[in-house]
Design a protein around this ligand. Structure first.
Ligand SMILES: Cc1ncc(COP(=O)(O)O)c(C=O)c1O
Length: 487
């Protein structure tokens, strides 16, 4: 982090682009659309022209993401100060590439890295790229809500006892559902064992701006965190940040890995949106996030007053390894009315035009951000009230099945990825080593990884999703009539 206080009211990349465009240059670079002129007229008629003037490249004013020395460098320094890092990197391939770079930085081919079983599939991509040997840590399970809880420091300590050579640990905190692990405690354990801790904080950038939310991972001792700024604050989809501390992380290695996973044509709309989102957060973050927290509290209280419908909250803290919860995540269940989360999501959209983020067997997840307004929340509450009236006499939902036991890893994800494979029918896949990851989506948590053997239990668990036509990410045949297995 820079040691002097920076002027957070600056927007260096935005200003550089404005200045560049004032020159109105005859343009012979990429992109080919030459400001707005080459953009489809139908699109221009709707969105206007100005935005396309920001879709530039590495001009003399606009710096180079891969070798930042000017406006991008300054924009990253401003973000670094806000998020308390030694260095912040703008990402234009999302936290997906941030996670890949972190895994690649933590462990090379043959080295061991610990990955939580509820990791996003980008962690697997990092494993395939690096060739590292994963040790999976299973988070606790919150039976009542059917959710993954946290990872506890003692789980991590046990992992190091079994794998003293482990180079680094990834933790997802907050999770999609807003569940936080004890990052401070876990960081201590990792550092004691000479390993780095890196946190998938795709859902946590807003936590740095409110003392009513869990503390950010970097503040608690994590060595690297990757954040989808686009998920929780005001930047554009695919724009993320990676924040690093260099006490334990090899800077050159991290930067080399970022070159590997990012486009050589970074999108300046995305980069500018990061500069502007940081500006908003630095100037008004506390107020903006406080509004989101207040709105979420209001929503939770009203939802919990609806008979048969529940919204999880702070009572989860202290159970299932959960050290804290992000209250802006509304985990809503109508299970007591006999309504599955999947069905609740469909109804909310089809019958009430309320779009929630995801559903699982028991719950739907609604995300409140600083940009939501009370009318949004009131619509959701009214919809849930109506659903409660419609289903008031129904039977309680039968208990859902928790995740099946973890399949046995026979070979590393990288070896599986490059091995000779064959395609077999879904029935024939039982007992074979999968060449594919299968992650019911959302939230995209893999039930089986490449290189793992398809046990009867895993097969039966996935069969339920398959039979229901659920969205399964990973397999070449998304309907799962067939599966690629290792020959
Ligand atoms: C936990 C988690 N990590 C990483 C990602 C990937 O983030 P991005 O969409 O910014 O690439 C997601 C996306 O949903 C996620 O939920």
């Amino acid at each position: 982090m820079a040691d002097k206080m920076l002027d957070q009211n600056r927007t260096p990349l935005f200003d550089a682009i404005m200045e560049y465009n004032e020159r109105k240059p005859a343009y012979f670079r990429i992109p080919g659309h030459r400001f707005e002129r080459g953009i489809n007229q139908r699109w221009r008629d709707v969105v206007g022209d100005e935005i396309f003037k920001f879709d530039l490249t590495e001009t003399p004013y606009t710096d180079d993401l891969h070798n930042a020395e000017g406006s991008i460098k300054e924009a990253q320094e401003l973000a670094s100060e806000v998020f308390h890092s030694d260095q912040t990197y703008f990402l234009i391939n999302g936290t997906t590439c941030g996670n890949q770079a972190m895994v690649l930085t933590a462990a090379l081919e043959g080295e061991t890295v610990a990955i939580p079983r509820n990791a996003h599939k980008s962690a697997l991509m990092g494993l395939i790229m690096s060739g590292a040997k994963p040790v999976y840590i299973m988070p606790q399970l919150h039976e009542e809500w059917g959710l993954h809880g946290g990872i506890r420091p003692e789980d991590v300590e046990r992992m190091f006892e079994e794998h003293p050579d482990c180079r680094g640990l990834m933790v997802v905190s907050p999770t999609y559902y807003g569940i936080c692990s004890d990052i401070r405690g876990i960081a201590e354990v990792c550092h004691k064992h000479g390993a780095i801790l890196f946190v998938d904080e795709a859902h946590g950038a807003h936590c740095y701006f409110s003392d009513q939310l869990p503390e950010g991972g970097l503040v608690q001792g994590a060595d690297m965190v990757s954040q989808s700024i686009h998920k929780v604050t005001g930047s554009l989809t695919q724009s993320s940040m990676l924040h690093a501390k260099f006490d334990r992380v090899d800077r050159a290695r991290l930067e080399g890995n970022l070159h590997l996973v990012q486009s050589t044509s970074p999108n300046y709309l995305l980069l500018t949106s990061l500069d502007m989102a940081r500006h908003d957060l630095a100037m008004h973050g506390e107020e903006l996030i406080a509004n989101a927290v207040e709105l979420a509290k209001y929503a939770r209280e009203r939802i919990n007053a609806i008979p048969g419908i529940r919204c999880a909250g702070r009572e989860l803290i202290g159970t299932a390894g959960i050290a804290n919860v992000d209250e802006t995540r509304l985990v809503i269940s109508a299970a007591d009315l006999g309504v599955e989360g999947f069905r609740l999501e469909d109804m909310l959209f089809e019958d009430y035009a309320c779009e929630v983020e995801l559903s699982d067997y028991k719950n739907v997840l609604a995300i409140i951000t600083f940009a939501n307004v009370k009318e949004d929340v009131d619509r959701l509450i009214a919809a849930l009230e109506d659903i409660a009236r419609r289903f008031g006499r129904c039977m309680k939902l039968p208990e859902g099945k928790p995740l099946p036991p973890q399949p046995t890893a026979e070979i590393t994800p990288r070896k599986a990825y490059f091995a000779a494979t064959e395609t077999v029918t879904w029935e024939e896949a039982k007992g074979r080593i999968s060449a594919e990851m299968i992650a019911p989506y959302p939230p995209g948590i893999p039930v089986i990884y490449p290189g793992e053997r398809m046990s009867e239990e895993v097969w039966a668990f996935l069969e339920e999703y398959r039979a229901r036509g659920a969205h399964l990410q990973g397999p070449a045949d998304p309907k799962l009539n067939t599966l690629r297995v290792i020959k």
